[in-house]
Design a protein around this ligand. Structure first.
Ligand SMILES: [Zn+2]
Length: 113
């Protein structure tokens, strides 16, 4: 387990930044190099990427969830919480697919919400 495994509040915040970055990248398509990567300390980045891999494995092999270490289970919950928070705070532009803050009146592409 990495030393950051028990720091779930920080993990949730960094996972939120990571999820937002991934969403912006996906939406940007050919303009992906215009998207700035978030600053996430390497131990957290490794831990988040490990948790994403565990999540993918769980989708095809759900019984693995019974053998998870408590820190991994807590990490997966933090990831889920970050994802839900992102969904609550953002909306996706129906025209270009980019994500914008829920309070925004229009998208960068000019589409009004
Ligand atoms: Zn748009």
């Amino acid at each position: 387990m990495p030393e950051v495994a028990g720091q779930t509040r920080e993990l949730e915040a960094f996972a939120g930044a990571y999820i937002e970055y991934a969403a912006q990248l996906e939406a940007a398509g050919d303009d992906a190099d215009e998207v700035t990567p978030p600053e996430i300390p390497p131990p957290f980045r490794s831990w988040i990427e490990f948790l994403f891999r565990v999540e993918r494995k769980l989708k095809t092999n759900p019984e693995l969830s019974r053998t998870l270490h408590a820190d991994t289970a807590a990490g997966l919950e933090a990831l889920e919480a970050a994802r839900n928070k992102f969904a609550r705070q953002h909306k996706q532009c129906p025209r270009c697919g980019r994500f914008a803050p829920r309070a925004a009146g229009n998208c960068g592409c000019g589409q009004k919400f």
